[in-house]
Ligand binder design. Structure first.
Ligand SMILES: [Zn+2]
Length: 54
């Protein structure tokens, strides 16, 4: 399963998220942004940027 970071366009390594599901958040190792999974298909994920309210 692949996810392309919508910020830096690099592939996000999902191997550390074995139980990934819609609503889970993943972190892009390249730019450090936090992404929330919004859609899952067989070999494709969609995600949107999580606005961190710091
Ligand atoms: Zn990124």
């Amino acid at each position: 399963m692949m996810l392309t970071c919508i910020e830096c366009k690099n592939d996000v390594d999902l191997s550390s998220y074995p139980d990934l599901a819609v609503g889970h958040v993943v972190e892009c190792q390249m730019c450090g942004i936090t992404l929330e999974v919004t859609k899952m298909e067989e070999e494709h994920l969609e995600a949107e940027i999580v606005e961190e309210g710091k």
